[in-house]
Design a protein around this ligand. Structure first.
Ligand code: ADP
Ligand code: MG
Length: 250
């Protein structure tokens, strides 16, 4: 069985704010396998975003261990962390952060262009992803010419364009109406099934959280519960296609 994608041990994160120490993550232990789809839920201020930022190397833990794709993150120099982030992780946030002066295709190509890849190289994967998120008819539209749901789908395509192992999404449907967010959630499952991308998504949407194969509840900086209800679409497909692989894994 391949090793877990994420291993977190006794993760603690404190902020100092106005001279006072705030203990936001207070001993998180969490293991996430490759190909899982995991919802993170919990009250506002519980530390969900901070946890996602620590996993995503955007924030440095105060103490504890995080192992991502076999590599210990804590203590690595920032250039090394950036390289790991660029190679391994895609992000989707509540606000899409698309560049307003560039069209959908250019926005999706951007992570590759920033890393020195050519337009020619990026055009095929970016076009394929826009197609996958159902926006093949919107490639030349700028963000201002797209609906909120379409903008968020462009952001999702951009997050996936360098084929990350891990997609981290922080309330990606926080600004969308319910039918648009349902379509977005279905897209997450579809991406997982097709690409095997491990997905960790913070959500306030109870029906989405309930539909997830695994739901982790964070309360007051600790994991209150961690419930597995089933397999992710990718895990289910792999198990169905190769029962002997499943037997081996046990
Ligand atoms: P959640 O995403 O669960 O709503 P957060 O992880 O965003 O919670 O925040 C948890 C707590 O940490 C909050 O009280 C928040 O104010 C505090 N916090 C988050 N980031 C910082 C920061 N950079 N400096 C100081 N306090 C912070
Ligand atoms: Mg948050």
């Amino acid at each position: 069985m391949s090793e877990p994608l994420i291993v977190i041990e006794n993760l603690q994160k404190s902020f100092v704010h106005m001279g006072r120490r705030l203990d936001v993550l207070r001993g998180i232990d969490l293991v996430i396998d490759q190909g899982e789809v995991v919802a993170i839920v919990g009250p506002s201020g519980a530390g969900k975003s901070t946890l996602l930022h620590c996993i995503g190397t955007l924030d440095l833990p105060t103490s504890g261990k995080i192992k991502l794709a076999g590599e210990h993150l804590v203590g690595l120099p920032s250039a090394r962390l950036a390289a790991i982030r660029n190679r391994t992780i895609g992000f989707v946030f509540q606000f899409h952060h698309l560049l307003p002066e560039f069209n959908a295709l250019e926005n999706v190509m951007m992570p590759g262009l920033i890393q020195g890849k050519s337009r020619k190289e990026m055009e095929a994967p970016a076009t394929a992803l826009l197609n996958e998120v159902g926006l093949s008819h919107r490639v030349t539209h700028r963000p201002g010419e797209l609906s909120g749901g379409e903008q968020q789908r462009v952001a999702l395509a951009r997050a996936l364009v360098l084929s990350p192992k891990l997609l981290l999404a922080d309330e990606p449907t926080g600004n969308l109406d319910s039918s648009t967010s349902k379509a977005m959630h279905e897209l997450f499952f579809e991406i997982n099934r097709k690409h095997g991308t491990t997905i960790v998504v913070v959500t306030h949407n109870p029906s989405f959280a309930e539909s997830m194969p695994r739901m982790v509840t964070v309360t007051d900086g600790r994991i209150e519960s961690d419930v597995r209800r089933g397999q992710s679409p990718f895990e289910a497909e792999r198990a169905g296609a190769a029962p002997e692989a499943r037997a081996e894994a046990q």
